[in-house]
Design a binder for this molecule. Structure first.
Ligand code: OAD
Length: 240
């Protein structure tokens, strides 16, 4: 067993409060593309043409087509053992998840406490009355309408928009009181979410990163591998 896995196991085995901070890399082994890196959604695409309020204003049909494509991909993606290990630790230890992902995979795996910093691809919000509602349709074409008549948009956070206050506050509270934060599958470049691990460290948490291409410099343990294989290994001591 590699030394970093043994170190992570030792930290996690005795931790009172565990917080998972997750990004797109967690879904990579389920077949859900990440944003950056080879095969990422932003490769060859300018994010501002799909993930900004201006893009939606200019071409809402194009934006909705992209989100419907992503919904279908996510709907067909299987959970992997890393998702399941996180859910088991949440159930058994009261751990919580703070995620930048909009895919709902944590909820599908059975996690009850999930703060979605960037919203959810499975909800829509009216551009006019701002009412938000679950929306799991996969085959709607064009721009769906709210009962008030206004155009609906995906209830996700786009570039240039603020994070929703409730999950953001929850993230600050949870990361500010964590004993160990497990950072999985994020390039840690998108603010303000990326600043949360530094906040956790300043408040005294130990930080474990799981990533085949680790990015963090302020980490206590770096587990250099994929989430599906490494999470069940490092979390095993929490589940015995
Ligand atoms: P990124 O696509 O920026 O980064 C994905 C990270 O996952 C990289 O560091 C990869 O090395 C890592 N990774 C790849 N495969 C992995 C695996 N099997 N196991 C573990 N890690 C793996 O994704 P995020 O950091 O989540 O925002 O991106 C942050 C935000 O940028 C997203 O929420 C989205 C995007 O633009 C908005 O759309 C507002």
């Amino acid at each position: 067993m590699s030394r970093s896995i043994a170190l992570a196991q030792r930290l996690l085995g005795v931790a009172e409060r565990i917080v998972f901070f997750t990004g797109a890399g967690l879904g990579a082994e389920s077949g859900i593309p990440t944003f950056r890196g080879s095969g990422g959604l932003w490769q060859g695409v300018r994010p501002e043409t799909l993930a900004t309020p201006q893009a939606f204003e200019e071409d809402p049909v194009r934006v909705w087509e992209w989100y419907q494509w992503r919904r279908r991909l996510i709907r067909d993606a299987p959970l992997h053992d890393g998702h399941r290990a996180i859910a088991d630790v949440c159930r058994k230890k009261g751990a919580v998840v703070i995620t930048q992902n909009v895919d709902g995979m944590h909820q599908r795996s059975g996690c009850e406490s999930v703060a979605e910093l960037h919203g959810s691809i499975w909800r829509s919000r009216c551009q006019v009355c701002e009412a938000e509602a679950p929306d799991e349709s996969l085959d709607q074409a064009g721009v769906p309408l709210c009962p008030c008549g206004g155009p609906l948009r995906p209830a996700v956070v786009w570039f240039g928009e603020s994070l929703p206050p409730a999950p953001w506050n929850e993230a600050q509270v949870e990361l500010g009181s964590a004993a160990v934060v497990v950072v999985v599958g994020t390039s840690a470049v998108v603010q303000p979410a990326a600043s949360l691990t530094e906040l956790a460290r300043r408040a005294g948490a130990r930080v474990v990163e799981v990533n085949p291409e680790p990015v963090g410099d302020a980490r206590d343990v770096i587990v250099d591998g994929g989430a599906a294989e490494c999470l069940p290994l490092i979390l095993a001591p929490c589940l015995t």
